[in-house]
Design a protein around this ligand. Structure first.
Ligand code: UDP
Length: 251
């Protein structure tokens, strides 16, 4: 069995550090060990400060990966930790590729996004990765009645890998409330990944991501996010103050 990851702390939120996230998750998936994966960035950390339910879900998750540049720079510059950024969308893609290559037949489900987006994303992934077994998709905009049907579908089909793209914090809270339906599954909140895979939106060019500037591209593509992005400077100030006053290495 793979060893437990090292746990660091960013503003009181855990971050698990290891070299091979997809390998660790694949092992848990094959062993049927239910897992909730959180893709932590600065914005989510600030939201968690104001939203106790979100903070609790993050603290209870089996895996919290350093998704955002702010989180990674904090761990590198203030805690002197060697940490590689692991964007959630890339982790999701790697997992899908590994499942396809290994021909495990593991059942995958996509939930979230505007009508047709999850279905288009699934079609794209299925075309790109042979051997992938996406058993169902569901849009993220629906009535309570439809949601009940979705719960029944998940209970009956028992997917082993479930991507939920409802945005933060909706997707994290939804997973926490519903993971008992498929207790052996790996659940990941994937934000806008279905929008990217379906071709509805573009991801930032790699050179921006490599220079920790992916947020700038998102702001250019979706200028209405400016208010949400005020969380970034707030995170920088709070992280510095927190670092001066708290013990940051948890284990
Ligand atoms: N979304 C959804 N249902 C909702 C609200 C949002 O399915 O009630 C979807 C939306 O269509 C988009 C995703 O959630 O695909 C949110 O993407 P975003 O990139 O904003 O995620 P975040 O930055 O919060 O991770």
């Amino acid at each position: 069995m793979s060893k437990s990851p090292k746990v660091l702390s960013v503003l009181g939120m855990p971050v698990h550090v290891m070299t091979n996230y997809p390998g660790w998750l694949l092992e848990r998936l094959q062993q049927g060990r239910g897992t909730h994966v959180i893709t932590l960035n600065a914005e989510m950390t600030i939201q968690a400060e104001r939203n106790g339910s979100l903070a609790q879900v993050i603290q209870n998750a089996e895996l919290v990966i350093p998704d955002g540049a702010g989180v990674v720079l904090y761990l590198r510059w203030l805690l002197w930790q060697k940490v590689q950024r692991c964007p959630g969308i890339e982790l999701a893609e790697k997992l899908l590729r590994e499942l396809g290559q290994k021909q495990t037949g593991a059942k995958v489900f996509f939930y979230g996004g505007a009508p047709e987006v999850a279905a288009k994303a699934a079609e794209f992934c299925q075309q790109q990765i042979s051997g992938l077994n996406i058993v169902g998709t569901h849009s993220g905009y629906h009535s309570q009645e439809e949601e009940e049907k979705l719960r029944q579908t998940l209970t009956q089909s028992q997917p082993q890998l479930i991507f939920v793209g409802l945005g933060v914090p909706r997707q994290e809270l939804w997973i926490a409330q519903n993971r008992h339906l498929c207790p052996q599954a790996v659940w990941i909140g994937v934000g806008g990944s279905f929008d990217i895979w379906s071709g509805t939106k573009n991801r930032a060019p790699a050179w921006l991501g490599n220079n920790n500037l992916e947020w700038l591209y998102r702001l250019y593509q979706e200028p209405w996010r400016w208010r949400r992005m005020l969380a970034l400077p707030e995170f920088a100030v709070k992280a510095f103050v927190y670092h001066l006053t708290a013990r940051s290495v948890m284990s």
